[in-house]
Design a protein around this ligand. Structure first.
Ligand code: DGL
Length: 267
């Protein structure tokens, strides 16, 4: 009996990771949870992000998953050690694969990281990169407006290019040759970002990176039977379904709302 792989994100952005995994693992059963009731995680404190991530992981563990993919960069950057305490199954965040891909790509050892405020504040990418390439020079910038632009479907609107220019012009002055898209939503803006930074800068997509990484740790159990998909959210299924169909170029068949909040307490 096949066990599913669980994937969670703060919302819809993790579907970029789901899409990359689905492409590489057609035979796997996948369960996706998007915490749409509490998105965005980016501006929240580490304690809150950890609390939410633990609840999300518990829900997926209850579904009998064999591996957990933390598609959210913000969760991956602060919550992984806490999630690993919950279970013995493999738990994979996006930071390690993204950092490994950045180190492989850079020639001049000058690497840019863009992500949410939480991800940038944690310095998780720059620590993971320097562990692998101590002489690397890493520049990080939070780009909070990228998330609402993508959620609004404005990737091709002129405002997208203006915002990209505003956030990334200081980064370009640093002569980086590699830029990590350290947020689930950013791959959906990659055409605008690439146009602005130019072809000499290699974009590292954490969605592709994690899917490549997974191939090494998850043995293929291909049995000729295509895997199934289940999607869960904590709020607003209708909005999720609309954005999801844009990201995935298809409609979701199985989408349900769940409540994760078993208990509330005062600190
Ligand atoms: N999923 C988040 C991430 O990758 C972006 C959206 C949010 O702020 O929750 O960091």
């Amino acid at each position: 009996m096949k066990k599913p792989i669980g994937i969670f994100d703060s919302g819809v952005g993790g579907l970029t990771v789901y899409k990359a995994i689905r492409r590489s693992f057609p035979e796997e059963d996948l369960i996706y949870f998007g915490d749409t009731a509490r998105v965005p995680y980016g501006p929240k404190s580490p304690n809150t992000i950890i609390e939410y991530s633990v609840q999300n992981a518990r829900f997926l563990l209850q579904q009998g998953i064999k591996a957990l993919i933390v598609a959210c960069n913000t969760s991956s950057s602060v919550a992984l050690p806490y999630l690993k305490e919950l279970t013995d199954i493999p738990i994979i965040g996006v930071i390690e694969p993204g950092s490994e891909a950045a180190v492989k790509s850079t020639k001049n050892k000058r690497i840019g990281i863009i992500g949410t405020e939480g991800t940038v504040r944690s310095e998780a990418y720059s620590k993971a990169i320097k562990l692998r390439l101590p002489e690397a020079v890493v520049f990080s910038t939070a780009c909070p407006l990228f998330v609402p632009i993508v959620e609004e479907g404005w990737q091709d609107h002129k405002i997208a290019l203006q915002v990209v220019e505003e956030y990334l012009s200081p980064m370009l002055d640093k002569k980086i040759d590699t830029l990590v898209l350290g947020c689930t939503h950013y791959p959906l803006l990659s055409h605008v970002i690439q146009k602005y930074v130019g072809d000499d800068v290699c974009l590292v997509d954490s969605a592709d990176a994690i899917s490549e990484y997974l191939k090494n740790i998850l043995p293929s159990e291909y049995d000729g039977i295509l895997g199934t998909d289940k999607f869960f959210v904590s709020d607003n299924e209708a909005k999720f379904a609309v954005i999801a169909s844009r990201i995935l170029d298809s409609n979701l068949n199985t989408l349900k709302r769940v409540r994760l909040f078993e208990s509330w307490f005062i600190d």
